[in-house]
Each structure stands twice: as structure tokens, then as C-alpha cells.
Design a protein around this ligand. Structure first.
Ligand code: AMP
Ligand code: GLY
Length: 427
């Protein structure tokens, strides 16, 4: 069957890499893809904001199954649009409709959903212009750190965490009054700070049943030892040592199952991935956020750890047959290091020529790259992810870094300490 993937990151490259191993996969199209995806799939240079154009290429290339990588088209209703097309009745789609995508599209919605279904999460209060003054007063009685979250999609930049009461109040005012994050800033969640270690869980669901994919931990901050600005993710590892059998059982019972059941109860038909961003607080899992897609760079370590035919699993999800499937994980450890452009996550440079040496011992996933006049050049903040596989974290990481050493461009940056906290725990 012909497969189409929407997106252009390392996540989409890793999805394509895994799907391509299926004997049922004929052609893979990626819209728009990047400078690396063209080697294993066919890049379609279309504007993914243009839903009509997406529908047209699906018809033109006889696509059987569509996988939507990023959140924005989901939140904006791409799935609803395609389901409304009579000529695409047979199309299988991995990704929720706009109502399901609210789990990521609105932090307030997600919070209320979790409260309705008794899913553990940080206590929070929604702040708007109306209750701003009383909230500023109320904050005088709160202990730091303060967590502020813009309600809508803010491309990973909508969260402010600060120890300083004055800064917290100023940030809250700015978020609401200045609409620093555009529409996402009209409502803000003031949230309890959860102290613990983060871990990401992923499921694929058909709306009734689900399969849990390998868990991962990503490293979001730009600086070593988790300091500096938040990024999309600078590296990831899977498995995660503290996510043992008992912890996973709690995650399944207290978080995953009630989420799937909650969606069903509320009449939301959800077929796609759910990404649970969790905090492990003294052995108890709490939800920090839901995402309605796979993580990036987590996908670059999750895909290699799934045994067997991933396309079969996706087809079963789209057909509502996940209860008939089984998922098995590879035992090895996967680690990925993301190589970025100088200046990222703020203003960064683009257009530098990339040279790729011998990367045969790693899985090299492209993100912000493109082909310009026949040459590979940088085209984004996160440029490439080098995934190493090994018997343990040390081996996986040393491979991953060795692969990364083979990449060159002007201003290449990366974190040297991916996995540092897990190594300290003895993984
Ligand atoms: P988000 O955009 O929701 O993923 O948040 C970005 C980062 O902020 C998360 O990865 C956490 O590290 C941190 N964070 C978000 N909410 C909380 C919270 N309630 N307590 C502690 N850290 C948080
Ligand atoms: N790596 C975090 C995310 O994909 O949102």
C-alpha cells in the first residue's frame, strides 16, 4: 500500500524509516519532508496548511494510509476536513479529529478532562483578564517555583517556570495583557510545580483499545545539566531505567486507561498517537501534558525499539482492530543526540552546507535540512539526530556521539551530556 506522512522533522524521518521495513509498504510520500527523507521516500513540496492540496495529492498518489506527524494540522482540523471528502472514504488516517486534538490544543481543556476522569496532574487555576488582579494577590501566598502555561499551541515555548515572585507576576501580566504568544496567551494556567523526573509514554489507540509503545526520556533544555532555554528536544533515550514494571503498571492503570476510557465516554472517537508527558514524583506518575502525536526526538529512539511490522499496527489502529495485535520491544537501548544550528532555540543560522562522513554505525535522521542546488544544507534549528543502539546506555550514547562527530556544518552545536541523569541512576 502507499503511505503518506505529513511533516518535515526527525520524527517523520524515523516514522518513514520504520514503515519502510514493512513488506506491505509500496511507496512512501512525505509532505513536505526534508533533505534526508528524499532518500527513502518521495518528498512532496506542498503547503501543509492547504488542506485541499493535501486531499488532492492523497487522491493523485492513491494513498491508503495517512500519518499526521505534527500537532498543528490536527488541532486545525485536517482529519475532519479529509473525513468530509466523499472521494476519500477509504483513506485510513492516523491522527485525531480536532475535538480529540484539544488534549494538546488547549491546556485548560486537557486539565479539565483530567479532573473529570480523575487522572493525576498538577493542581492549577485558569487566569484570564477578568481574574488577573485577584490571581496576582493570591500568588503572594503561593510558594515558588511558579509554573505559568499559555493555554493554546505555543510551539513548546508557552511555559514559564520561575522561582522569583516578582518575575512570576510580571510574566503572568505579560502573557495575558501583551499576548506574547498570540492567541495562546489569552488564557494562562497557573500550575503547581511538580518536583521529580520526567518521562514520556506513548500509545497508539483505535479509540477502544491501545498498545503502549516503548517509553522515552527527552532532554528539552538547550544547556548541559538541563539548564537554559527550552527547545523542541536535544536528545532522547529509551528505555528509561526508573520506569520499571510497577511504575508502568501505575501509568497504565491511573493515566493511560482512564484517558482512553474518558475519550470514549465523552464521545470523542480518537484514532492515533497519544503522548503522555509525565512527571515521576516519588514513584507516582502525574501528567504534565498530553500531546496528540509522537514526540520529537523521542520517535527517533522509540521506532528502533519496536519489533516487527509497524505498518501492520497502524493499519489495525485505523481499522479498529488493535485488540487483535501484539507489540514487542527490542531489548537494546537506543539513544539519540540532536545536532542543532548556532543560535537555536532563538534566532539561528540557516543555509550552511552539511558534510556527512561515515555514519553507517548509527541511524541518521534528518530534521532541518534541505537540498539546495544538489547540495545538503541546514534549514532549521534542529538539523539532524544521530541514533545509536547498544546493549546499554553507555554503548548507545557512545555510538550516537561517534555518528554525530561525522557531521559537519558551520556553527554545529549539541549537548554532550544526554542521559547524564539516568547514568547517575545506574542505567
Ligand atoms: P510543556 O510545554 O507542558 O511540555 O512544559 C515544558 C516543560 O516545563 C516540561 O517539560 C517540564 O519540564 C516543565 N513543566 C511543565 N509543567 C510543570 C509542572 N507543573 N511542574 C514542573 N515542571 C513543569
Ligand atoms: N520532545 C517533546 C515534544 O515532541 O513535544
Amino acid at each position: 500500500m502507499n503511505v503518506m506522512i505529513i511533516g518535515s522533522g526527525g520524527r517523520e524521518h524515523a516514522l518513514a524509516w520504520k514503515i519502510k521495513q514493512s513488506s506491505k509498504c509500496e511507496k512512501i510520500y512525505i509532505a513536505p519532508g526534508n533533505g534526508g527523507t528524499g532518500n527513502i521516500a518521495i518528498n512532496l513540496h506542498i503547503d501543509i496548511k492547504d488542506f485541499r492540496e493535501i486531499a488532492n495529492v492523497i487522491k493523485e498518489h492513491a494513498i491508503s494510509i495517512l500519518i499526521i506527524g505534527p500537532e498543528e494540522p490536527l488541532v486545525k482540523g485536517l482529519v475532519d476536513f479529509l473525513k468530509g471528502e466523499k472521494s476519500l472514504k477509504e483513506l485510513k488516517i492516523i491522527g485525531p479529529s480536532a475535538n480529540g486534538a484539544q488534549l494538546e490544543g488547549s491546556k485548560e481543556y486537557a486539565k479539565e478532562f483530567m479532573i473529570r476522569h480523575k487522572i493525576p496532574t498538577a493542581v492549577s487555576k485558569t487566569v484570564t483578564k477578568k481574574n488577573l488582579e485577584e490571581t496576582l494577590k493570591y500568588m503572594e501566598r503561593l510558594e515558588p517555583p511558579y509554573v505559568l502555561k499559555a493555554d493554546g499551541l505555543a510551539r513548546g515555548k508557552g511555559v514559564i517556570i520561575t522561582e522569583e515572585p516578582e518575575e512570576a507576576r510580571k510574566s503572568l501580566k505579560n502573557l495575558i495583557a501583551d499576548k506574547k504568544f498570540g492567541e495562546a496567551g489569552e488564557k494562562v494556567l497557573l500550575e503547581e510545580f511538580l518536583k521529580g523526573t520526567e518521562v514520556s509514554f506513548f500509545v497508539i489507540t483505535d479509540g477502544k483499545d491501545y498498545q503502549i509503545l516503548p517509553e522515552a526520556k527527552d532532554y528539552k533544555r538547550i544547556g548541559e545539566k538541563d539548564t537554559g532555554l527550552n527547545t523542541g528536544g536535544m536528545g532522547a533515550v529509551s528505555p528509561v531505567v526508573f520506569a520499571d514494571r510497577a511504575f508502568k503498571e501505575k501509568v497504565n492503570r491511573q493515566i493511560i486507561r482512564p484517558t482512553i476510557k474518558g475519550l470514549q465516554k465523552e464521545g470523542i472517537h480518537y484514532c492515533g498517537f497519544i503522548f503522555f508527558g509525565l512527571m515521576n514524583v516519588g514513584g507516582e506518575p502525574y501528567v504534565i501534558e498530553y500531546n496528540v502525536r509522537m514526540g520529537d526526538p523521542e520517535t527517533e529512539v522509540v521506532m528502533p525499539r519496536i519489533k516487527g511490522d509497524f505498518l501492520d499496527l497502524l493499519v489495525a489502529a485505523a481499522d479498529g482492530n488493535l485488540n487483535e495485535t501484539k507489540i514487542e520491544y527490542e531489548k537494546f537501548t537506543a539513544a539519540t543526540v540532536v545536532y542543532v544550528s548556532r543560535g537555536y532555540p532563538e534566532c539561528y543560522e540557516k543555509g550552511h552546507e552539511i558534510s556527512v562522513g561515515d555514519t553507517k554505525s548509527v541511524l541518521l535522521f534528518h530534521a532541518g535540512t534541505k537540498i539546495r542546488n544538489g547540495k545538503l544544507v541546514t534549514n532549521g534549528g534542529r538539523v539532524m539526530a544521530s541514533t545509536g543502539l547498544g546493549k546499554d546506555l553507555d554503548e548507545a550514547l557512545s555510538k550516537s556521539y561517534a555518528g554525530g562527530d561525522e557531521l559537519q556544518w558551520k556553527g554545529k552545536k549539541f549537548r554532550q551530556d544526554i542521559g547524564f541523569d539516568l547514568k547517575a541512576l545506574g542505567q
